[in-house]
Ligand binder design. Structure first.
Ligand SMILES: Nc1nc2c(ncn2[C@@H]2O[C@H](COP(=O)(O)OP(=O)(O)OP(=O)(O)O)[C@@H](O)[C@H]2O)c(=O)[nH]1
Ligand SMILES: [Mg+2]
Ligand SMILES: [Zn+2]
Length: 292
């Protein structure tokens, strides 16, 4: 039987099988034989030990399309990056770092600004101004009033999406609204292992639709960008791409060179200043980074 690991806690893995529900499994065999540690998001083959008790063993981990280290998850198709318009106000430098991280890992991004219900128009417009130019789908939602949640749902169809963003912006609230009436049966599991309900402590996949999952995950909130060269950074700002080759110098870093097309784009308002500021900030950090 084939399924997907939706949660892993204390040596137990919870496998969602589309037709028959969630099985509690161990993974002793594959651990020893293949030295693979199963990850949330893995597609696996299980043998059922007891159909009534819904227990089994993982006997095989299927090949991964990708794998993140922190958080440790596999087979992510895209990320829903969530910040709130206010309460807390978005830390744009942090948001831009999230976007760079996703770009560097080639994970497509959907950008979501939540708590639209308590935001003022000018706050929404300011964010729209900056991020509409970057080419990301950009949705203003309210989990509280369920505004624009259907637009998010459409973009999740058939995919496994990691939700990422700082604490308190409403990630879990959005997931709760996204879940269908027929929820994944996690009730029993929760009773056994859940400590606190409110702040997300472990990675977990939730079923949004028959073949769509969303992953709530802790540890996406503190991150620093340092696993690539400063010369690559410009490739992770999608709105810079149209200026490729237009600067006076080949290999222009878009920081101090004269006749820089990107800097001109900023001056003309084609590129948002806040984005360019983040570019320069991260560029300097990569430049100053201690080499080992
Ligand atoms: N006004 C308003 N409040 C919201 C909305 N969405 C969430 N909240 C509130 O914001 C607080 C944090 O929401 P959570 O869903 O727990 O946030 P989270 O991003 O999952 O936080 P962590 O699990 O700590 O990372 C809660 O008090 C929610 O009721 C919204 O759309 N509008
Ligand atoms: Mg949460
Ligand atoms: Zn340039």
């Amino acid at each position: 039987m084939q399924g997907k690991i939706v949660k892993g806690i204390a040596g137990f893995y919870y496998i969602h099988v589309v037709e028959s529900g969630v099985y509690e499994c161990k993974a002793k065999g594959i651990f020893r034989k293949e030295k693979i540690k199963p990850l949330v998001g893995d597609n696996v083959v299980i043998e059922v030990l007891d159909e009534n008790e819904k227990t089994g063993n993982i006997i095989r981990v299927l090949p991964r399309s990708n794998e993140l280290i922190r958080p440790a998850v596999a087979n992510i198709d895209q990320a829903l990056v969530v910040f709130s318009v206010i309460k807390p106000c978005p830390h744009l430098s942090l948001l831009n770092r999230f976007l760079v991280m996703m770009e560097s890992r080639q994970i497509p991004v959907i950008l979501c600004f939540n708590k639209e219900d308590i935001a003022q128009d000018f706050q929404i417009e300011a964010l729209e101004q900056i991020y509409s130019k970057c080419g990301y789908p950009c949705i203003f939602t309210s989990a509280l009033e369920q505004t624009n949640i259907d637009r998010v749902r459409k973009l999740l169809k058939g995919k496994t999406t990691a939700i990422a963003g700082p604490s308190g912006v409403g990630k879990s609230s959005i997931i709760n609204v996204l879940q269908p009436e027929a929820r994944m049966e996690t009730g029993d599991i929760s009773k056994k292992i859940e400590r606190g309900k409110h702040t997300t402590r472990h990675s977990e996949l939730f079923l949004v639709d028959k073949d769509s999952y969303i992953m709530d995950t802790p540890g996406f909130s503190s991150l620093y960008v340092n696993d690539f060269e400063k010369e690559e950074l410009k490739d992770y700002f999608p709105e810079f791409q149209r200026y490729e080759g237009a600067c006076r110098f080949d290999g222009c870093s878009h920081t101090h060179e004269p006749d820089c097309a990107v800097k001109k784009g900023v001056a003309d308002g084609e590129i948002a200043g806040a984005r360019y500021d983040s570019y320069k900030e991260i560029y300097e950090e990569l430049k100053d980074r201690r080499r080992y």
